[in-house]
Design a binder for this molecule. Structure first.
Ligand code: GLA
Length: 384
């Protein structure tokens, strides 16, 4: 029987490991992004949703300045002394939860009296479904409660991003943390990363499901391509004399092309056109116009493959083979360079699409993708 990862499981394992009951269990979900990729750190538009896979954080309080953290997925307990004079060095997977402890302490001015933390998660890691934001938001919402710090959901999301940027060292935006904090059942989260307006968009998926096709090609945003894409966007902002790429409209693309080198222009073109696609997707989901959604997903994927160059042959194959087998829309999701693609598939057709995608992977010599459907779900919360 498959292991059920839930709040009771986290509480039980906490008790077994640390020998006492936690003060509570909090959880936060991973996310899938419907559309709007690499637009968040460019003050643009995104449309992610929180998925029905979560990270549970069971937490107990200590008084000696020590924070211990353990996770169902990793062996051993990591122990860090926050009571010492100097800032502790945080490394490896524990930098995600411990980074949040450090950042929340800085933000609220609350001294770290110490915690025992046990994490259990069914969000796959490295799949582009933001297992990292799920850890950050679960721990951050817990500390906000325990310390009675009064931070808003937006503040907590931004604290998670700050931990990831400054402690983990990945120069990511804040879409994932907003999706994890603001998720609502059956809805996507429409976030304007300039005005910081957040709105739930009911999806009305009806008989359609969102299929995740995880290529299992592992990626890390702390190194490589993600950072170089972000740099290219920043350099375009400087050359164009604007404050963010959001200030560049599609009408300005010709003028932009004159001023930028060919590659940087393609990066900018992706971001500018992706913002328009997000707006159109919000309208298309509202109208349940799956044909339009299919076109928008296809254009988004092509833009990521050809202009932003963050797709991989396996992600392209997942998109192409799912569409050929009857999916109405498909695109890679998340930061890219591996991870997952998503497809909108009529419920009755999900098994045959999964089989066709698996066969296409085998025929191409790739390891079979991990496939499962996800449901738009509630954001971070206290469970126990
Ligand atoms: C990763 C980052 C997000 C966002 C996406 C790309 O998931 O964490 O902030 O930039 O990539 O859209």
């Amino acid at each position: 029987m498959a292991l059920t990862i839930d709040a009771a499981f986290a509480a039980r394992n906490f008790e077994e490991l640390y020998g006492y009951s936690p003060v509570g269990v909090w959880s936060a979900p991973g996310r899938a992004n419907l559309i709007g990729e690499h637009t968040d750190y460019n003050a643009g538009l995104v449309l992610p949703f929180a998925i029905n896979r979560r990270t549970f954080a069971a937490i107990g309080q200590r008084t000696d300045g020590t924070v211990r953290v353990a996770s169902e997925g990793f062996h051993g307990v990591i122990e860090v002394d926050f009571g010492a004079q100097s800032t502790p060095t945080l490394e490896g997977w524990s930098a995600y939860p411990l980074g949040v402890v450090q950042v929340l302490s800085e933000l609220t001015g609350h001294a770290v009296e110490g915690f025992d933390i046990y994490l259990a998660s069914d969000v796959p890691t490295g799949a582009g479904l933001s297992s990292s934001a799920a850890i950050e938001c679960a721990v951050a919402i817990a500390l906000n409660d325990i310390w009675d710090a009064g931070l808003s959901r937006s503040d907590i999301a931004l604290a998670g991003q700050r931990a990831e940027n400054t402690v983990v060292g990945a120069p990511t935006g804040f879409m994932d943390q907003f999706a994890s904090m603001f998720g609502e059942p059956d809805s996507a989260i429409f976030l304007d990363c300039r005005s910081m307006d957040v709105r739930a968009v009911p999806l009305g998926l009806g008989d359609f499901e969102v299929l995740v096709m995880d290529t299992q090609e592992k990626h890390s945003h702390a190194t490589g391509g993600y950072a170089s894409r972000r740099k290219a966007c920043d350099s375009a902002v400087d050359v164009m004399g604007v404050s963010t790429l959001r200030d560049i409209t599609t009408d300005m693309l010709n003028e932009t092309q004159q001023k930028l080198d060919e590659e940087t222009f393609r990066r900018v073109k992706h971001v500018v056109t992706e913002n328009v696609r997000v707006e159109n997707a919000v309208a298309a989901f509202g109208a349940r116009d799956f044909e339009a959604i299919g076109e928008l997903f296809a254009a988004s994927h092509a833009s990521m493959r050809d202009d932003f160059e963050i797709s991989t042959p396996a992600l392209d194959l997942a998109v192409e083979s799912s569409l050929a087998a009857g999916a109405v829309a498909a695109r890679m999701t998340g930061g890219g360079f591996g991870g997952a693609a998503i497809a909108l598939v009529a419920s009755a057709q999900v098994p045959e699409v999964m089989t066709a995608v698996a066969e296409a992977f085998t025929a191409a010599g790739y390891q079979p993708p991990l496939q499962f459907t996800v449901v738009p779900s509630q954001g971070a919360r206290r469970d126990i």
